[in-house]
Design a protein around this ligand. Sequence first.
Ligand SMILES: N[C@@H](CCC(=O)N[C@@H](CS)C(=O)NCC(=O)O)C(=O)O
Length: 214
Amino acid sequence: MANYQLYCFAQSGNAYRVALMLNLIGADWTPIWVDFFAGGVQRTPQFRTDINEMGEAPVLVHGKKKLTQSGVILSYLARQSGKFAPRGEDEENEALRWILFDNQKVNGYLGPFRFLKLFAKPPGEPAVLAFLKGRIDGNLAIVNKRLEKAPFILGSRPTIADISLVGYLYYPPEEFGFEIRKVHPAIGPWLDRIKALPGWGHPYDLMPGHPLPN
Ligand SMILES: N[C@@H](CCC(=O)N[C@@H](CS)C(=O)NCC(=O)O)C(=O)O
């Protein structure tokens, strides 16, 4: 059995953060597919009792440990591997600050926006999508400004703050209906720098379940 098992599905940028981290640190891991769309497995009492009381993917299993919340999992894997870890208290606080901002305001809006546009039946109301799009543009501009000053979020080297923030950013622009790289010019080169790291993989290659059946 692989060292780590990751409950995930290909369309989940939240789970992608962890799949990407596992690949970048060269971990021995295997995905366990969560039938999120057709099965709604994450909503079943069995999932909530046995796998994650919060009813969410990702979930990382490591021996007897079961970890949820991608920010917690990224911190755990950084400590386990010594890679992409913030160094010292100030950097740890800084990484956590960006991970929380990401979870709530960057990918925290991008994920629901893409879900409502691409997967929801019926699709999201235009007013809701417009609200989310406004928030996404504003918050990506904050990330962009940060990246104008340094190659990575915490400075000269990539950390878990970067790995968290890229959660939904490698999915095809057509899925969002807008091109993030064109609007936020510092974001494209940053995505390319992370893509060049050994072990990088696309979410649709690292996690099972793509494409969805019609
Ligand atoms: N903050 C969480 C977010 C996890 C999350 O929302 N995952 C989605 C899948 S992308 C989920 O499982 N949602 C459950 C549902 O909507 O029923 C993390 O980063 O792990």
